[in-house]
Design a protein around this ligand. Structure first.
Ligand SMILES: NC(=O)c1ccc[n+]([C@@H]2O[C@H](COP(=O)([O-])OP(=O)(O)OC[C@H]3O[C@@H](n4cnc5c(N)ncnc54)[C@H](O)[C@@H]3O)[C@@H](O)[C@H]2O)c1
Ligand SMILES: [Zn+2]
Ligand SMILES: [Zn+2]
Length: 379
C-alpha cells in the first residue's frame, strides 16, 4: 500500500510499504477515505520528537471497514467508521473511567497509545491506503447513513473537534461564561466552535495569522491579532479589566512571543494574566518532558518559567493532557448528523496522498490559506 513515511526532519515521502493486516483477532482493517494532517504531526515533522524514521504518519482517520478479525463482533465489513486518535483497550483502569487517552495496556510502560505518533506505541498511522485498528469493537465509532457525504465533518471526530471540546471541558467552561483561546490553528478553532455550541457569552481567539483569525471570527469569536497588540492588555481592556472566566491553551511547547521567537512560557503566563481569579485553564497544546531541539535551557529540559505566584494568588486551576476522544465523539457525531456542528468549515485543502510532502511543507510554514489539510488516499 502507499503511505506517508517520515524520512527525517522536514522530509516525508509517499512510499510503498507492506499492507496493514489483521495481527490479532480483535483487529479490523479500514480503507482510509479521509485522513488529516495535524499540528501534532508538525512537531514530529520538524524532528522535535522521538518519532522514528520509517514510521507512517496519520492519527486523524476515517474510512470503510474492509476486513475484521475472528474476535470482532459488532463492526462489519462495509461499515463507515471514524477512529479516535488514541487507541484504547476498553478494559484497563483508565479506559474503564473514560480516560482512553491514557490507556494502560496498549502502550505498556506509559499511559496512552495512538496511531503514527511519537512515544505512543508501535502503531502505524493512517496517512495510507489501509489502517490496522486494534480492539476494533471498542475503537471504531460507527457513522450514520450520511457518513460518506459528510466525511469531511465526521473525520474531525478523530481528534481536533473532541480535542477542542476537551480544552473547554478542562477549563470548566459553562454556558454564559467568557473564554480566551490562545491559538487559532485547527484545534483552537475547534475550541472556539465548541465554546460557541456550549453557549459561551464571549470567545476571544489569539493568533498572529489573518486567515486563521478570520476563521475564528466566522465561528463567532472575537479575533485578537497578537502582532498588533499585547493580547493580555487588549482582552483585559475589553472585559472591564477583569479578564475572562476561562482560558484555553491550544498552541503547545513551540509557542512564540509577539516577535515570532519561540518562548514556551508565553501562552501559559498570558493565560494566568488574562483569566479571572478562581478561573480555570485547559491546556491541550502539547508540552513534552524534554525538548532537546529548543533554544532555551529550561525548554530543553521540558521546563518553563511559569508565573506560579500569580497563578496561586488568583486561586486558578489548570488541567492538561491528551483528549479522551471516546468520552465525547459519540455526542459530537450526533451534533454533526443533526446539522448543529460543522467542523469541516476550517478545511482549506483536499488533496491526494501523493500531495502530502508538499502539503506538509505549506502547513508547517503556516503559509497563508493553509489552515487544515485533508488527504483522500482512496481518490
Ligand atoms: N491534547 C491533545 O489531545 C491534542 C490533540 C491534537 C493536537 N494537540 C496539540 O494542539 C496544538 C495545536 O494544534 P493545531 O493543529 O491547531 O496546530 P497549529 O500548529 O496548526 O496551530 C497552532 C497555532 O498557534 C499559533 N501560535 C503560536 N504561538 C502563539 C501564541 N503565543 N499565542 C497565540 N497563538 C500562537 C500559531 O500561529 C498557529 O496558528 C499542538 O500542540 C498540537 O500538538 C493536542
Ligand atoms: Zn491530530
Ligand atoms: Zn485501556
Amino acid at each position: 500500500m502507499k503511505a506517508v513515511v517520515y524520512r527525517g526532519p522536514r522530509d516525508v515521502s509517499v512510499d510503498t510499504v507492506p499492507d496493514a493486516r489483521i495481527e490479532r483477532p480483535t483487529d479490523a482493517i479500514v480503507r482510509m477515505t479521509t485522513t488529516n494532517i495535524c499540528g501534532s504531526d508538525l512537531h514530529m515533522y520538524e524532528g522535535r520528537t522521538s518519532f522514528e524514521k520509517g514510521q507512517v504518519f496519520g492519527h486523524e482517520n476515517m474510512g470503510q471497514v474492509v476486513e475484521v478479525g475472528a474476535g470482532v463482533d459488532r463492526v462489519k465489513k462495509g461499515d463507515w467508521v471514524c477512529l479516535p486518535f488514541n487507541i484504547g483497550c476498553g478494559f484497563c483502569e483508565n479506559c474503564e473511567r473514560g480516560l482512553t487517552g491514557f490507556c494502560l495496556t496498549c502502550n505498556p510502560g506509559t499511559a496512552g497509545a495512538a496511531y503514527g505518533f511519537a512515544g505512543m506505541g508501535p502503531y502505524q498511522g493512517g496517512q495510507a491506503e489501509l489502517l490496522r485498528v486494534p480492539y476494533a469493537d471498542f475503537n471504531c465509532l460507527a457513522l450514520p447513513e450520511d457518513a460518506e457525504e459528510k466525511q469531511d465533518d465526521y473525520v474531525m471526530l478523530s481528534d481536533i473537534f473532541p480535542t477542542g471540546w476537551h480544552a473547554t471541558e478542562l477549563a470548566g467552561l459553562l454556558p454564559g461564561e467568557t473564554v480566551t483561546i490562545f491559538g487559532a490553528g485547527p484545534v483552537g478553532l475547534m475550541a472556539a466552535h465548541s465554546a460557541a455550541i456550549k453557549g459561551a457569552s464571549r470567545v476571544f481567539v489569539v493568533d498572529s495569522h489573518d486567515d486563521r483569525l478570520k476563521l475564528a471570527e466566522s465561528l463567532g469569536a472575537t479575533p485578537i491579532d497578537m502582532r498588533r497588540c499585547d493580547p493580555v492588555t487588549e482582552i483585559l481592556g475589553q472585559t472591564d479589566g477583569r479578564g475572562t472566566d476561562r482560558g484555553c491553551e491550544c498552541v503547545g511547547y513551540q509557542c512564540c512571543d509577539r516577535h515570532g521567537q519561540e518562548a514556551n512560557d508565553y501562552t501559559m503566563n498570558s493565560l494566568v494574566a488574562v483569566t479571572k481569579a478562581t478561573g480555570g485553564i485547559g491546556v491541550i497544546g502539547v508540552f513534552l518532558p524534554a525538548d532537546p531541539g529548543a533554544k532555551q535551557e529550561l525548554a530543553k529540559q521540558g521546563k518553563m518559567a511559569f508565573d506560579f505566584g500569580a497563578f496561586w494568588f488568583k486561586g486558578q486551576q489548570i488541567r492538561t493532557g491528551q483528549a479522551n476522544v471516546k468520552a465525547y465523539n459519540r455526542r459530537l457525531r450526533n451534533l454533526i448528523h443533526a446539522g448543529k456542528a460543522k467542523p469541516s468549515a476550517i478545511i482549506s485543502h483536499r488533496l491526494g496522498l501523493q500531495d502530502a510532502p508538499d502539503a506538509y511543507k505549506h502547513f508547517d510554514d503556516r503559509d497563508k490559506g493553509w489552515t487544515k489539510v485533508v488527504l483522500k488516499p482512496a481518490a
